[in-house]
Design a binder for this molecule. Structure first.
Ligand code: MG
Length: 338
């Protein structure tokens, strides 16, 4: 089988995250022993929450600007919240929107002022980061760019580190070929080496231990945590993916059906699994039921197109530099000849 296209992987991450968010939210109403398929069967439409609304905002800002612009991102989030305040937002973002409007301060400054000046380490920056992980999947600055996107609402170093790690997981998943063997140890070790706070690193090292000892999901969920704090939910989303790299459905089932912050666990695990396996791996019935699917698909395709054209621009710049180098070599040679 041919290598998956970039479009299929981008669609997989964006639709996978939205489907995970929507099913996770739905699953709050079902006992933990239910299977996901049963949960989805009972509804005509999969309705997403703030996780996807903000991922749409991030993708919109990235495609409009062609780069990360924190202030534009904050404004995009604010407009989206004002149009649909019922998407299940936590208290942080609306507080920040009000502060920016009434005090005229930048988003990052307003976000920093939360929690007595330490900023939030909730999972709200990680839950929405898939578009950034896609757009900058081959950038060496992905850590810094992820932090810049996080600090609009989540200014605590742990909140930013968790978002950066989730972005890295999506980026690595985009680059891996699902037709080849999935090297769990390699994937997890890369993430451990990537994070920069001891809170996140400690959890990722625990994840590695749990995998080595083949600890089952219910116990792993308890040990890694499933709360709204990013270091207590993002690692279990990664665990769910690496336990089930070959099946989107099993990955999501693991992430969602063990309780905790289910919509965000679903959004994070679904983004990584979808980025790895591609959109075809997401059950078609789930995709069909997803609310606002065409908008999300359109954004995924625009992100893929922007990635390719920015890469071509970079190659063009490199080629022009090479040409300049050649011209000056020719000049030097001529001067020597004279
Ligand atoms: Mg939510």
């Amino acid at each position: 089988m041919s290598r998956l296209t970039l479009e299929a992987k981008y669609l997989g991450a964006m639709i996978g995250s939205a489907v995970g968010d929507a099913i996770g939210e739905l699953a709050f109403h079902y006992p933990e022993r239910n299977k996901l398929a049963q949960v989805v069967e009972g509804v005509a439409e999969l309705r997403y929450t703030d996780d996807t609304a903000m991922a749409i905002g991030l993708a919109t800002s990235l495609t409009n600007k062609g780069h990360l612009d924190g202030q534009d991102l904050g404004e995009t989030f604010r407009r989206s919240f004002e149009q649909e305040p019922w998407r299940g937002y936590a208290a942080g973002p609306p507080t920040i929107f009000t502060m920016v409007r009434s005090l005229g301060i930048p988003y990052a400054q307003a976000a920093q002022s939360l929690f007595n000046g330490s900023g939030s380490f909730g999972n709200g920056a990680a839950m929405r980061i898939a578009p950034l992980g896609l757009f900058f999947h081959d950038s060496l600055q992905i850590y810094e760019l992820a932090c810049d996107s996080a600090e609009v609402t989540h200014a605590h170093p742990v909140g930013k580190d968790g978002a950066a790690l989730q972005a890295r997981a999506v980026a690595q998943a985009v680059k891996l070929d699902p037709q080849k063997e999935f090297l769990v140890d390699f994937f997890v070790r890369d993430l451990i080496d990537f994070c920069r706070t001891h809170e996140i690193r400690g959890k990722m090292e625990l994840l590695e231990e749990l995998l080595n000892e083949n600890i089952n999901p219910p116990l792993a969920a308890k040990q890694l945590g499933q709360s709204v704090a990013v270091q207590e939910s993002m690692p279990f989303a990664i665990y769910s993916f690496v336990r089930h790299p070959r099946s989107f459905e099993d990955c999501l089932d693991c992430a969602i059906m063990h309780g905790g912050d289910r919509d965000t666990l679903g959004a994070m695990a679904g983004a990584v699994s979808g980025a790895y396996l591609g959109v075809q791996a997401i059950p078609s019935g789930w995709r069909r039921k997803l609310e606002n699917r065409q908008t999300i698909e359109q954004l995924a395709l625009e992100l893929a197109e922007s990635t390719v054209s920015s890469r071509q621009r970079a190659v063009g710049r490199g080629q022009r530099a090479v040409d300049r180098g050649r011209r000056s070599e020719v000049r030097d040679q001529r001067e020597e000849d004279h």
